[in-house]
Write a protein of this length. Structure first.
Length: 343
């Protein structure tokens, strides 16, 4: 996190750990506000890689699972970066301006993914750099989010993943009532003060909870190379294009799609109990006879207690057996509907 930006947030009451805002003094109340009202969040749990140069479009198109060639300045695009075996290294949100592409991913993955991208550059006319210190991403969510933004920006993106640019600020509509605002870091404090007059500041875990409820997975170091994209529902949220040409892992991803051999899917669930679910934790059912039947992708504390989580689970276990966190004697997962259909 940019030091000046961190100092500003600290002055606003933020409790910051490892460069991520944990809360503004009352984590429990902030979770309730995230569910019930309009909230403002710093998104420094994510970082931004900037890719520029005349070969940038083709370079990214040949590496990622989505159709980067078709990406305009008015749209954002989810995508994945996979190994040659089709295992996901990172899930990204991509947007662009006329000259540059921006790749958002967890801050914990930024350095290794940036390095890996650099290995593919070779003779391509491409520059890959870390834009996290100069670009601050803010999240605004809630029933009044659009009205609040309208007070400061004359035009808003209308549909999910639409992008509108206002000079050097870009707005991405993530859902009906959820927006991401990408702003030069030197201008972030002034914008924060304007928005926080009518939106409650909350910690970054609140935004993570919103992603979970939206069924949007985030690959973390603990879950790298655990999933083929379809296992984490990336085909259902527009992060995979099955008509584009080759990219790392494309053959494996296509085979799973067209031969129907995907035995795992990602589900939304709630779990109570004393244990705290974390990315990479195992899930168990009687069907697997002591072996894990699934894995936690992401988890966050829920407003009414317990934890909500995204979990990749054997389809057969989900359909026929109770699934437990940590061990067969652990808390039972209470599966809930995702906001999009599983197919």
């Amino acid at each position: 996190m940019n030091q000046d930006w961190q100092n500003f947030l600290t002055a606003q009451g933020a409790q910051i750990q490892d460069g991520v805002v944990q809360n503004f003094g009352d984590a429990a109340a902030e979770r309730v506000a995230t569910r019930d009202s309009t909230i403002l969040c710093d998104l420094s749990q994510f970082g931004t890689i900037q890719v520029s140069g005349e070969d940038a479009k083709g370079f990214l198109h040949n590496l990622f699972s989505s159709d980067v060639n078709a990406l305009s300045t008015e749209r954002a695009l989810p995508s994945s970066f996979n190994t040659a075996k089709g295992r996901t290294l990172a899930i990204l949100l991509i947007w662009r301006n006329p000259a540059e592409y921006f790749l958002q991913l967890p801050q914990s993955l930024l350095a290794p993914i940036q390095k890996k991208l650099g290995m593919y550059v070779l003779r391509a006319k491409v520059k890959v750099g870390d834009a996290s210190a100069v670009t601050t991403c803010l999240g605004l969510s809630g029933a009044n989010a659009a009205n609040l933004l309208q007070q400061h920006f004359p035009v808003l993106p209308q549909n999910p993943l639409d992008v509108v640019h206002h000079d050097d600020i870009s707005l991405i509509r993530l859902a009906t009532d959820r927006f991401q605002i990408n702003v030069p870091t030197q201008h972030a404090p002034a914008l924060w003060q304007k928005l926080s007059a009518d939106a409650r500041p909350v910690g970054s875990p609140c935004w993570d909870w919103l992603n979970i409820r939206a069924g949007i997975p985030v690959i973390l170091p603990q879950t790298q190379e655990e999933f083929v994209p379809q296992m984490a529902n990336l085909d259902l949220i527009g992060a995979v294009n099955f008509k584009k040409g080759c990219y790392p892992g494309q053959e494996i991803v296509a085979r799973m799609q067209y031969l129907g051999k995907n035995k795992r899917r990602m589900y939304l669930a709630h779990v109570d109990g004393d244990g705290t679910p974390r990315a990479g934790d195992g899930l168990f059912s009687m069907e697997m006879e002591g072996q894990a039947c699934g894995i936690v992708v992401n988890a966050a504390a829920a407003p009414d207690g317990g934890f909500d989580l995204l979990a990749v689970v054997q389809i057969a276990s989900h359909e026929a057996f109770p699934v437990h966190f940590g061990a067969l004697t652990g808390a039972r997962l209470q599966f809930q509907p995702l906001p999009y259909p599983l197919s």
